[in-house]
Structure formats: structure tokens, C-alpha cells
Design a protein around this ligand. Structure first.
Ligand SMILES: [Zn+2]
Length: 115
């Protein structure tokens, strides 16, 4: 499943940060999840709860911040927020827009416990 490989990569990233900071434990993992990232929050959470048990994220809480789609309009210059997939500017209805945010999943913050 898609979410499983994402979670595996996420946990590996957390482990690298933990090692770099001599942490013995990660208590909180905060991510940004774009609505266009193609990741299902519920599935991601389930996958995280399953895979975290084997590593340093064992007791970590996963916090997901859902990032709406942000479009920048090339015609009127305004940026607008969308809760659904869209390419249309809400101000001038132009379709000439560029995605500024909401497409990816990013690790935002980790709470580490040092030895
Ligand atoms: Zn516009």
C-alpha cells in the first residue's frame, strides 16, 4: 500500500534526525499533509501506529496538519486557499494559476528526548 511506503520513509527520516541529535526517544512527530499529496490521513495514521512499534518512534504521537491547496493566480496576482483540487482562481476565475502549497507531505517538527 502507498501509505505504508510513505510511513517507512517517514520513520527512517525520524530515525536519522534522532541519531544526529543523540536522542533516545521521539515523543512527537508533526507532519504537514497536503490535500493533493494523494495520502489518506486515516491510512497514514494506521500505518504509522503499526510501523512505529519497531523503532525509536515507538511511543511517538503523530500529529497531522492538513495543508489546503494554495493557488497563486498569474492573472490577478492573488493567492487563494482551496479545500479541494482546483486550478481556478477564486477572485477572477482565471485558470492561469500555479500551485504554491498543498501538494506534498513534509516532516515539520520532531520532539526528541535526549539521553
Ligand atoms: Zn485571479
Amino acid at each position: 500500500m502507498h501509505e505504508y511506503s510513505i510511513v517507512t520513509a517517514l520513520i527512517e527520516e525520524c530515525e536519522r534526525h534522532a541519531q544526529a541529535n543523540n536522542a533516545i526517544k521521539i515523543s512527537r512527530v508533526e507532519i504537514k499533509l497536503g490535500i493533493l499529496s494523494g495520502v489518506e490521513p486515516e491510512l497514514l495514521k494506521t500505518a504509522f501506529e503499526t510501523f512505529k512499534l519497531e523503532g525509536i518512534c515507538r511511543e511517538a504521537e503523530l500529529v497531522m496538519n492538513i495543508q489546503p491547496l494554495i493557488l497563486m493566480c498569474l492573472d490577478c496576482g492573488q493567492s487563494t486557499e482551496h479545500s479541494e483540487r482546483s486550478v481556478i482562481c477564486s477572485h477572477c476565475q482565471s485558470g492561469q494559476t500555479k500551485v504554491l502549497d498543498g501538494e506534498d507531505m513534509l516532516l515539520m517538527q520532531l520532539e526528541l528526548e535526549q539521553a
